[in-house]
Design a protein around this ligand. Structure first.
Ligand code: NAG
Ligand code: NAG
Ligand code: NAG
Ligand code: NAG
Length: 298
C-alpha cells in the first residue's frame, strides 16, 4: 500500500508535467541531450600537398572528428576535391554512425590565390537550412564572409547562424570593423538573433595593435562579446597571438547556451603528443572551440 503510493505520486507528477509541456511522444528521446562541440580551424593552405602528406592526414582526422560542426578555413585547391576527400576519410575512420556532411563556399579572393570556406556538420545533430555568401558590393573583404544557418532538434537553441571569416592579414582592421554590418545583414536574412562570428580574424600582433583594436566598432559596441580574449594564443609554435576568435551578441541566446568553461583553444600538439615538426605541418593555427548545451526538458 505505502509502496504503491510512493510509486504513484511521482508517476502522477511526471504525467502532469508532460501534460503541461504538451505532446508526450514529441518529448520522447529529446530529454537531456548531450552537448555538441563547434570548432573553427584554419588548416593553413589545405589542398593536394597537405592531403598527400601521410603524417598529417591521420592527425587532421583526429582533430576534425572532435567536432559536430567545424568551420574549415584556408582551403586552397583549384581542383575543389581535397576537402571532400578529407571528409571521406574522416567519415570512414571515426564516429561512423554520425558522419559529416559539408557545405563549401565559392573560391574567394581578389588574386589568383583563392580560398574556400567549408562547414562540416553532423546531420545526426544539426541541419543546414540556409547559406549566405556576403555580397561585398564595396569590396571590403579579400574573402567575403560565408554564413550558414543551422537548425537542431537536440539543442536548446534550435536555430542559429555562423558567420565564417578569414581576414586578409594586412586588412584585418578594415575587415573586422565591417563585421557589424555583416552581422546585421545575416541576422535579417536568417531571421534569428543567434549569430556567431567565427574564424581567423588575424586580430592580434602585427596585424592589429591594441590601439587599433580598441577603435574597432565591434569592440566599442558593448553589445558584442569576444569569447577568445586578447591574451590567448591560437598559433602553433613560438608565436603568441590571438588571431582566431568567436564573437557573439550579449542579448542573443549564445551566452545562455554555451557550456561554462567550454570555450577553448585546442592545443593539438600537446593533446595528441605531436612533435613540433608534425604540429607545424598540420597548421600554424590551433582550432578554437566551444560546446553548446543539449536539449533538456527538466
Ligand atoms: C561522408 O563524406 C562525404 C564527403 O565526401 C559526404 O559528402 C558524405 O555525405 C559523408 N557521409 C557519408 C554517410 O558518407
Ligand atoms: C569510404 O567508404 C566508402 C564506402 O565504403 C568507399 O566507397 C570509399 O572509397 C571510402 N573512402 C575512403 C577515402 O576510404
Ligand atoms: C584569457 O583567457 C584565458 C583562458 O581562458 C585565461 O586563463 C586568462 O586569465 C584570460 N585573460 C584575461 C586577461 O582575461
Ligand atoms: C538585441 O539588441 C538589439 C539592439 O541592440 C535589438 O535590435 C535586438 O532585437 C535584440 N535582440 C534580442 C533577442 O533581444
Amino acid at each position: 500500500m505505502g509502496r504503491g503510493i510512493h510509486v504513484l505520486v511521482p508517476l502522477l507528477l511526471w504525467v502532469g508535467l508532460l501534460t503541461v509541456r504538451g505532446d508526450v511522444s514529441e518529448l520522447d528521446g529529446l530529454r537531456d541531450q548531450p552537448p555538441i562541440r563547434i570548432g573553427a580551424f584554419n588548416i593553413q593552405i589545405f589542398g593536394k600537398n597537405k592531403f598527400n602528406d601521410p603524417g598529417v592526414v591521420p592527425e587532421l582526422v583526429k582533430i576534425l572528428s572532435r567536432y559536430d560542426i567545424v568551420l574549415v578555413q584556408e582551403i586552397r585547391d583549384s581542383s575543389e576535391t581535397y576537402i571532400h576527400k578529407l571528409v571521406d576519410v574522416v567519415n570512414n575512420s571515426t564516429r561512423q554512425d554520425e558522419p559529416f556532411s559539408l557545405v563549401v563556399s565559392q573560391r574567394l579572393g581578389r588574386s589568383t590565390s583563392k580560398e574556400q570556406y567549408a562547414y562540416l556538420y553532423r546531420q545526426k545533430y544539426v541541419n543546414v537550412v540556409a547559406q549566405y555568401q556576403y555580397e561585398d558590393t564595396q569590396d571590403i573583404f579579400e574573402r567575403p564572409p560565408y554564413s550558414v544557418k543551422f537548425h537542431s532538434d537536440v539543442l536548446e537553441m534550435h536555430e542559429f547562424g555562423i558567420i565564417g571569416l578569414h581576414t586578409k592579414p594586412d586588412a584585418a582592421f578594415t575587415e573586422i570593423d565591417a563585421l557589424n554590418v555583416v552581422y546585421d545583414e545575416v541576422e535579417k536574412r536568417f531571421g534569428t538573433p543567434n549569430i556567431l562570428i567565427a574564424g581567423d580574424l588575424n586580430a592580434d600582433c602585427s596585424y592589429l595593435s591594441r590601439t587599433k583594436m580598441s577603435a574597432l566598432s565591434i569592440r566599442q559596441d558593448s553589445d558584442y562579446r569576444w569569447l577568445i580574449n586578447d591574451s590567448q594564443d591560437t598559433t602553433v609554435g613560438s608565436t603568441d597571438c590571438a588571431y582566431d576568435r568567436f564573437i557573439v551578441k550579449r542579448n542573443s541566446s549564445w551566452l545562455d547556451n554555451i557550456l561554462p568553461n567550454s570555450v577553448h583553444v585546442f592545443l593539438y600538439d600537446d593533446e595528441l603528443q605531436l612533435t613540433e615538426d608534425l604540429a607545424g605541418s598540420i597548421s600554424d593555427h590551433y582550432p578554437i572551440e566551444l560546446q553548446l548545451r543539449g536539449k533538456c526538458e527538466f
